[in-house]
Ligand binder design. Sequence first.
Ligand SMILES: Nc1ncnc2c1ncn2[C@@H]1O[C@H](COP(=O)(O)OP(=O)(O)O)[C@@H](O)[C@H]1O
Ligand SMILES: Nc1ccn([C@@H]2O[C@H](COP(=O)(O)O)[C@@H](O)[C@H]2O)c(=O)n1
Length: 211
Amino acid sequence: MNSQCVIIGIAGASASGKSLIAKTIFEELCRDLGTDQIGVIAEDAYYRDQGHLSMEQRVLTNYDHPKALDHELLCRHLQALKTGEAVEIPTYSYSDHTRMADTIKMTPKKVIILEGILLLTDPGLRGLMDASVFMDTPLDICFMRRLARDVAERGRTMESVMAQYTETVRPMFLQFIDPSKQYADIIVPRGGKNRIATDILKARIQHLLAK
Ligand SMILES: Nc1ncnc2c1ncn2[C@@H]1O[C@H](COP(=O)(O)OP(=O)(O)O)[C@@H](O)[C@H]1O
Ligand SMILES: Nc1ccn([C@@H]2O[C@H](COP(=O)(O)O)[C@@H](O)[C@H]2O)c(=O)n1
């Protein structure tokens, strides 16, 4: 069976507004399609399991390098959803730096919004997307938002956020994420509250569904 499943990929720097725009599109499209017909998948859920490593080893991982993520599993899950099969999405703990025991069942959807920093670096994932987006928020703004968010929500200290940003987040953005912008169909300036970009994406999804 090849069910209708529109997949939109949203990439960009950490704290560029990917989750916010994904959530806005999700909530607004739910009103038309129903909550069971649209889903959001975060690439972060596919960070590799590090249960076999000590906490001292886990903090040394470069979480902004493509190899930190299990894109193969994400690809398999998207292919399964496209063929009408349900999947078990992993859950991830930013404070323990590893997968949690629970998974979340996702049933097939008409629309899947994927969001994550490194999505557009992977040809397999790009090939599964019906449209791709890059959130082009200035890096200094992203850094300020990440600092506030990671201290408030991800159990980090200001010092650890600043060190990680200098050692891996910024260099990996320049090496992998920013060059992947070339693969985006739509480039969104300013961040997750860009109303016109949100409307354009919603209209494109509606157009793909009507085909
Ligand atoms: N345009 C914006 N104006 C103000 N705050 C924003 C804007 N876009 C995103 N944010 C905030 O910045 C933080 C990071 O955004 P988020 O969507 O979580 O980023 P990402 O998913 O790209 O890491 C969140 O607290 C979010 O509410
Ligand atoms: N254990 C981890 C795993 C990931 N990160 C950081 O998360 C960022 C990606 O998530 P966004 O919601 O910000 O897009 C990425 O830049 C990793 O550095 C982490 O700090 N710890």
